[in-house]
Design a binder for this molecule. Structure first.
Ligand code: 2HG
Ligand code: ZN
Length: 464
């Protein structure tokens, strides 16, 4: 470490800066596997002023920063591998105000997603962005990655709920973007540029989140299907008749992993290759039953179960939300892809065929948010293969899989972000010209290259 941490700023106490290896190993990583963890320090700012001081220090000392939220990311966006200082927002986690007329909560970036959801409920409102890691993920990280999750089909992404943002850029300037306004036709909206920028343009220090009215009670239905193409027909039939709050899917392999891991009971006596999990307003149950009848008659589905109580709904949701955790011990090679919904069945088959032919020992575990075209492809590591070798093979497979994505004009990252994991493959979704523009934008907001400098933008591509 060739900088003096004491000079970071006069307002910092010794309890805000740590360099012990135990903490470095915890705060230097997120949920992504396979990267070296090597930060040089962690800093816990408590005010916007302190965030600005950290930026000034980084510019002065020419040291890079890694912004860090709940560290639940799966693309290495919060991994510090190169002696960076990790800037953790754990201590900037307050709700600052609530404005009921505009339905806007103003919060610090370290606020946990579930705490925002609870606060919204207490006020008689609803924060609809939701996912399995809501108990640990933080709002700042959600904004930086434009987090999606299980309710996107009805409520959209994090982007759709951000009414304003305060951001300290890599030059140390504080930008106050959009002030929580609905209408603001004054040129480039930097708020939207910051959302999804993965900490490469600025450090998010305050967020205005818009809430909505709570939905009526919800019901969960799980359906069993023989073919993925039938799931798409089911989606069409249901969504023509009633608004869906969720339309998720998982394969039988995914189901068997979650059943084993959580010691749960299978929803049906007979197993099927695919399952869909639907959520909708209880008021719509008759319409849903009619849709089911059509699907059953057409033999698109073989079986169905409908929740009768909230507890049953929660249990059924576990079948989907517990999958990621249940396969973690296989150190899977993760992909988070999206294609247009009509292309999903063909795409699934193409990937399955490629993996079965080229890597017959690998198990392919499919699940995800099929209702919005977002597919989580987890390739499971065979027990006898070392993690290093497996990840090497994963990297080798990626160009072939991303060719299939690219042929369908899909995306190599639907909701997890690019980070370190998918950086080398960005060109499969973004053109050289787009990457060149990204690099130019970065150099305006972060001219000293101190913010997540090795993430998102691939080296060499789009340079003149
Ligand atoms: C989910 O939808 C998360 O469960 C995690 O986005 C997906 O583990 C994954 O690949
Ligand atoms: Zn997901």
């Amino acid at each position: 470490m060739n900088f003096e941490l004491d000079s970071i700023g006069k307002n910092f106490t010794s309890k805000q800066i740590y360099t012990d290896s135990e903490r470095l190993q915890i705060w230097g990583k997120d949920w992504t596997n396979g990267f070296e963890i090597n930060p040089s320090a962690i800093v816990f700012p408590e005010t916007i002023e302190q965030v600005k001081e950290i930026i000034s220090f980084a510019i002065r000392e020419n040291v890079q920063l890694v912004p860090s939220g709940g560290r639940t990311g799966l693309s290495g966006g919060a991994v510090a591998s190169n002696g960076e200082i990790v800037v953790s927002f754990d201590r900037m986690n307050a709700i600052k105000s609530f404005n009921a007329s505009d339905k806007i909560v103003t919060c610090e970036p370290g606020l946990i997603t579930a705490d925002l959801q609870t606060f919204a409920k207490e006020q008689g409102f609803f924060y609809p962005v939701d996912f399995a890691s809501a108990g640990s993920s933080q709002i700042g990280g959600n904004v930086a990655t434009n987090a999606g999750g299980i309710k996107v089909i009805r409520y959209g992404l994090t982007r759709d709920w951000v009414a304003g943002l305060k951001v300290v850029t890599g030059t140390g300037h504080l930008l106050d973007c959009n002030f929580g306004l609905v209408k603001n036709a004054t040129g480039y909206d930097f708020r939207h540029l910051m959302i999804g920028s993965e900490g490469t343009l600025g450090l998010i220090v305050e967020v205005d989140i818009r809430l909505t009215s709570p939905p009526p009670p919800q019901i969960v239905m799980v359906l069993a299907a023989e073919h993925s193409k039938d799931l798409i027909k089911v989606l069409k039939e249901f969504s023509q008749r009633l608004p869906l709050s969720a339309f998720e899917f998982f394969s039988d392999l995914a189901l068997s992993k979650v059943l084993d891991h959580r010691e749960l009971k299978a929803p049906f006596d007979k197993r099927s290759p695919f399952y869909a999990l639907l959520e909708f307003d209880a008021l719509q149950v008759e319409e849903a039953e009619k849709a089911f009848e059509v699907c059953e008659k057409a033999a698109w589905v073989q079986d169905a179960v409908l929740s009768q109580t909230e507890n049953q709904s929660r249990k059924l949701w576990q079948l989907r939300e517990g999958i990621s955790e249940s396969i973690a011990s296989y150190t899977p090679y993760k992909n988070d892809l999206s294609v247009r919904i009509e292309d999903v069945p063909e795409f699934l088959e193409e990937v399955d065929t490629y993996v079965a032919n080229s890597y017959p020992d690998f198990e392919v575990c499919w699940y995800g948010h099929i209702g919005d075209g977002n597919l989580h492809l987890n390739i499971l590591r065979p027990e006898k293969l070392s993690i290093e070798k497996f990840f090497e093979l994963g990297h080798e497979m990626s160009p072939r899989i991303f060719d299939l994505v690219s042929n369908k004009r899909g995306s190599i990252s639907a909701e997890h972000g690019v980070g370190l994991l998918k950086k080398d493959f960005l060109s499969f979704t973004r053109s050289d010209e787009e990457i060149r523009i990204m690099r130019s934008i970065k150099s305006i907001f972060d001219p000293h290259q101190i913010l997540n400098a090795d993430k998102l933008i691939p080296a060499g591509v789009g340079t003149d």
